[in-house]
Design a protein around this ligand. Sequence first.
Ligand SMILES: Cc1cc2nc3c(=O)[nH]c(=O)nc-3n(C[C@H](O)[C@H](O)[C@H](O)COP(=O)(O)OP(=O)(O)OC[C@H]3O[C@@H](n4cnc5c(N)ncnc54)[C@H](O)[C@@H]3O)c2cc1C
Length: 408
Amino acid sequence: MDFDPTPEEVALRAEARAWLEANAEPYDATALETTRTYRAHTEEDDEAMLASAREWARTKAAARWAAPSWPEEYGGRALTPQLASVFGEEEATFDVIGRMFMVGTEMVGPTVIQWGTDEQRDRWLEPILNADDVWCQLFSEPGAGSDLAGLSTRAVRDGDEWVVNGQKVWTSAAHYANRGILLARTDVDVPKHKGITAIVVDMGQPGVEVRPIRQIDGAIHFNEVFLTDVRVPVANTLGPEGMGWPVALTMLGHERASIGGGGMYTFEQVVQLAQECGRVDDPVIRQRLVDLYEHFELLRFIGYRVKTALAKGEMPGGEASVMKLLVSELYERGGDLMVEILGAGGMLTHEDAPYGGRFTDLFMGQWAPRIGGGTDQVQRNVIGERVLGLPGDLRADKTLPFKDLPKS
Ligand SMILES: Cc1cc2nc3c(=O)[nH]c(=O)nc-3n(C[C@H](O)[C@H](O)[C@H](O)COP(=O)(O)OP(=O)(O)OC[C@H]3O[C@@H](n4cnc5c(N)ncnc54)[C@H](O)[C@@H]3O)c2cc1C
């Protein structure tokens, strides 16, 4: 494991920091009002957050910081993933909404760069940088989440068009996105992983109906999306027909790699909360604070392992899976501890609650990283099978044609 930054990293960090200092205000990592909940409770809050995030995206795009790992010809800096993450680390120490459009910059962009045609790269990449195009990921369905390859939204070819019918759910950002990468079944006569195609859909077109889902914390983060006879040009197929599964794996790999960047709060803020609430002398709270500190440190050190692998040009496998699980556990422990510190006030929400409800929001928000991008349980299966070499689940559904699989 390498703790020392490379000379390139030192130089890039200095350049990024100087640019950020000239363009943004520093983030106070101890003040309680600056924990990042990003959970707007009203439509006006939502719009204000979106406008602020878009303005920041444009500022970054003008200086080529919006997607530093993309090739230079598409507005990036051709940085290695390791060096690109340096900018993210520095950005997290400034008071900006830096990750609102990460589906486009960190997931769709790299997937289009890998799988798209030249014409598609020219058409789709540049508007992502300025947040002129906002993307969403139309993968999960009511009957296909962890078992994503079991999806049943159909796309049937009609001349130069696909005709799409089906339903997606938990689609983050679909209520303000104008484009989506959709996974649809295009062949039911082959095993489930083989008959899927990735298709890019305009969210504003006829037949696409977006129904926002209001969450327990009052915010709207994701949506149901109903697709009825949606006509999409075949030219919008990303990757070859029937190769939607490898395209999806590319995108999900980038999603997992991006989860955990730019934390919602710091350890210092939780200590500050305990101090302000007069709980810092409570031995049980102190013990749990230490436990949380250990978790922050574990994440920091596993981060070094991931970086070391990337610096050597290797793909971090086991480290990345363990890191995703540790991020989940951090938000679980941190959220539980915050409401414990608040005492009875932890039962209230929004403006009725202490600190305007930002800590109860963080408590309720812990399930997002624990489920999104693959649940903790599925992540444990991955670690068991691919890292520890344990035998995999018995799977009877890998070889049969999709149409012959039992469905609920
Ligand atoms: C904040 C957030 C944002 C999201 N954004 C998007 C998005 O933009 N686009 C999108 O397409 N989806 C999105 N999702 C959906 C997400 O990918 C799914 O919720 C996730 O894959 C789990 O699927 P599911 O909800 O259908 O649960 P299920 O797969 O039905 O799982 C239910 C329970 O069973 C467990 N389980 C399932 N299979 C196994 C197994 N083999 N072994 C052990 N336990 C198992 C799970 O861990 C879970 O506890 C988002 C989810 C969240 C929370």
